[in-house]
Structures are given as structure tokens and as C-alpha cells.
Design a protein around this ligand. Structure first.
Ligand SMILES: NC(=O)c1ccc[n+]([C@@H]2O[C@H](COP(=O)([O-])OP(=O)(O)OC[C@H]3O[C@@H](n4cnc5c(N)ncnc54)[C@H](O)[C@@H]3O)[C@@H](O)[C@H]2O)c1
Length: 340
């Protein structure tokens, strides 16, 4: 079984990807420092996949620990690099924390496996497009000046990866630009586990529905969209996880070399208000929400052109908004009875 290192493998997207890697016959090896996840996720993964996945707990910024790891795990075939800090607002308050963690973890990993014939998948983001001039936005759209240090780390990371390909430090790299991952695994044993106040809409919705939060604030209803609230391309996290397997498969094929980038979304946009209604319809739970002022840094609308992913990755999102909402709600209910 091909060994695939999954950095940040106990996090939201990483944990779902571990499951899909096992389903596809790979042997995932998790690295996580638990800076934004819980050790209990390892037990949850064990319940889903039927065995305890290999797990190393250390910070990828620690070169010495990474060296010990590479000496032990020298026969790996791929790396999926999720590990990063992701809170946009915090990155504005603490930019150096973000540049340090998100960039040093990447350069350390590339250096540790420099020159080896390893497939490398990187978690990028649609934030690189800012507010696109044309919608849906495709991979050839110009990258816009980053709106936050977090967004900037994704742009710089893509540049670092291209340079590493040009120099031969890396051989095969795919950067995946995620739109808005939501939802949870069908078993409701893993899902998004925000530490503190959620930054994203759907965990805020589920926490309000369960009574942890009083109400949801919709940031602005005067945008130039169908109901005035912002539009995003919401994608089920399990669909997203499967795309990582598709990226590995593409890199295993003989004709792939160098660097490429793919959008991962559904190709459809939904407004914030539509998501609130979709949640109510899918779960039968009424939500308390109010309209507030716009939030600085929010783009008005973005959704992805996923033609290239369908054609070249041979992947497309299959799960709809109802499943996204119902699974997120099942996970929140599970968590309220079984805190991790
Ligand atoms: N969730 C989103 O909305 C979204 C959207 C676009 C891109 N992304 C990117 O996808 C990746 C995964 O996101 P997520 O939502 O699963 O985040 P997450 O915070 O749930 O998972 C990241 C994991 O990485 C670990 N980690 C962070 N820094 C580390 C380090 N230096 N060494 C070892 N482990 C470290 C954390 O403990 C956490 O478990 C991130 O790179 C994020 O920027 C996420």
C-alpha cells in the first residue's frame, strides 16, 4: 500500500481525506501538532476505518522533529499538505504567526523531501482570486492582491511550489483551490470542530441551532446579488476529500509532471440567506438570525468554474446542499452528546 503523509490529518478536511485515502487503498500517515484539532479525532477515525492510523504529533516548523520523521518514514509516495493556520481575522491581528507557520511548514517539508519523486498536494484557496472580474472564476483568472495575511500565505505558497518545481526540489505538485467546504462525514463521527467562535457560516448555523449561540448575523443584505447577501460556492467536505485522491491518481499517471492547479467547488453559488433556508428545510430547525452591517474583507460573490477539474482530475462534486446541511447538523448533535 502506498504511504501518503497527511499533514494536518486530524483537522477538518485532513480527517475526511484520511478516510477517503483508506477507501482508495492508500496507507495514510498523519502528522499533526494538535494546534487546531483534538487528539480524540484519532479514535473517531479508528471507528470509521477499522484500525488506528499511524500518527506523529509534532510541529512541522520543528526541523529536527521533521528530520527524525523522514528518517523513519523514508518510503513515502505522496504528501498532502493541509497543515496551516486558517483564521482570516486572526491573521490580520497576528500576521507573523501566520507567515511563520504556513510558510515555514511548507519550506521545511519541501526541503526534507527535496529531489525525491514524490507527489505533493497543496491546500490552496479561492481567496487567491479576491473578487473575480468574471464568474464563474477559472484557474486562469488573475490572482488579486491578497485581502489578508492568511490569503497572502496561500499566494506565496503557490509561488514557492512553482519555484520548487523549476529547481527540481519538487517533482510533481498539484495545488487545489478550495471554495467553501462544509458538512461532515455520513457517520457523523468527524466534522468541523471550530475552536472558539466559528469564523465560517455553517458551524455558526449549527451552533445556533443547538443553542450554543443566540443568533446568526448575516453580514450585509445590500450586495449586488439576488437577495443582497454574499454568494459562495459551498462544497461537501467528503467531495473535497475525494478530490485529493483524484489528484494523487493524476500524479501517478505517466503524463503528469511539474505543477498544476485546480478549482474545487460545485460550480454553483448560493447566498448566505439561501444557506440559512436550506438548513431549516433540511433539518426542520428554525434559525434565529438578523441582518447586520457588511464585514470588512468579505468579497461580494465567488463561485468556481470546475470544467478543468472534471476533465483532467476526472472528479466532480456529487453531494448537494441538503446533504451538506443535514450532515453538518448530525455532527453538531453527535458532538453535543459526545464531546471530544
Ligand atoms: N476550511 C476552509 O474553509 C478552507 C478553505 C480553503 C483552504 N483551506 C486550507 O485547507 C487546509 C486545511 O483546512 P482545515 O479546514 O482542515 O483546517 P484545520 O485547522 O481543521 O486543520 C489544519 C490542521 O493542521 C494542524 N497544524 C497546523 N499547523 C501545524 C504545524 N505547524 N504542524 C503540524 N500540524 C499543524 C492543526 O492542528 C489542524 O489539525 C488549510 O491549509 C487551510 O488553509 C481551508
Amino acid at each position: 500500500m502506498a504511504k501518503i503523509v497527511v499533514t494536518g490529518g486530524l483537522g477538518y478536511i485532513g480527517s475526511h481525506t484520511v478516510v477517503e485515502l483508506v477507501n482508495a487503498g492508500y496507507d495514510p500517515i498523519i502528522i499533526d501538532d494538535l494546534s487546531n484539532s483534538q487528539a480524540g479525532i484519532l479514535d473517531q477515525l479508528t471507528k470509521i476505518i477499522g484500525f488506528k492510523p499511524t500518527f506523529y504529533q509534532f510541529d512541522l516548523c520543528d526541523e529536527k522533529k521533521l528530520k527524525e520523521f523522514t528518517e523513519k518514514e523514508s518510503d513515502i509516495e505522496g504528501i498532502i499538505h493541509f497543515a496551516a493556520f486558517k483564521a482570516v481575522g486572526e491573521s490580520v491581528q497576528k500576521p507573523l504567526k501566520y507567515y511563520h507557520n504556513n510558510l515555514l511548514s511548507l519550506t521545511n517539508l519541501l526541503s526534507a523531501y527535496s529531489g525525491k519523486d514524490i507527489s505533493f498536494v497543496f491546500s490552496s484557496s479561492c481567496t487567491v482570486y479576491g473578487q473575480p472580474d468574471v464568474l464563474p472564476v477559472d484557474e486562469n483568472a488573475p490572482v488579486k492582491p491578497a485581502q489578508s495575511p492568511y490569503g497572502n500565505t496561500k499566494q506565496i505558497a503557490e509561488e514557492i511550489l512553482k519555484d520548487a518545481i523549476a529547481s527540481g526540489d519538487a517533482k510533481k505538485v498539484i495545488a487545489l483551490r478550495y471554495f467553501n467546504p462544509v458538512g461532515a462525514h455520513e457517520t457523523a463521527l468527524i466534522g468541523e470542530l471550530p475552536i472558539g467562535v466559528p469564523q465560517n457560516l455553517v458551524p455558526f448555523i449549527t451552533q445556533t441551532a443547538i443553542g450554543k449561540r443566540n443568533k446568526i448575523t448575516v453580514f450585509g443584505d445590500d450586495y449586488n446579488t439576488k437577495d443582497g447577501s454574499c454568494v459562495r460556492d459551498y462544497i461537501h467536505v467528503v467531495d473535497l476529500a475525494k478530490a485529493h485522491v483524484a489528484a494523487l491518481k493524476l500524479m501517478e499517471s505517466n503524463y503528469f509532471a511539474g505543477y498544476d492547479v485546480f478549482n474545487l467547488g460545485t460550480g454553483n453559488g448560493n447566498t448566505v440567506l439561501e444557506i440559512i433556508i436550506a438548513f431549516e428545510n433540511a433539518t426542520g430547525v428554525k434559525l434565529n438570525y438578523e441582518i447586520g452591517p457588511r464585514r470588512s474583507g468579505d468579497v461580494e460573490q465567488v463561485w468556481g468554474d470546475v470544467t478543468k477539474s472534471a476533465k483532467e482530475l476526472n472528479w466532480k462534486a456529487e453531494l448537494g446542499i441538503d446533504t451538506m446541511m443535514a450532515s453538518a447538523w448530525a455532527w453538531e448533535q453527535y458532538l453535543s452528546k459526545n464531546p471530544l
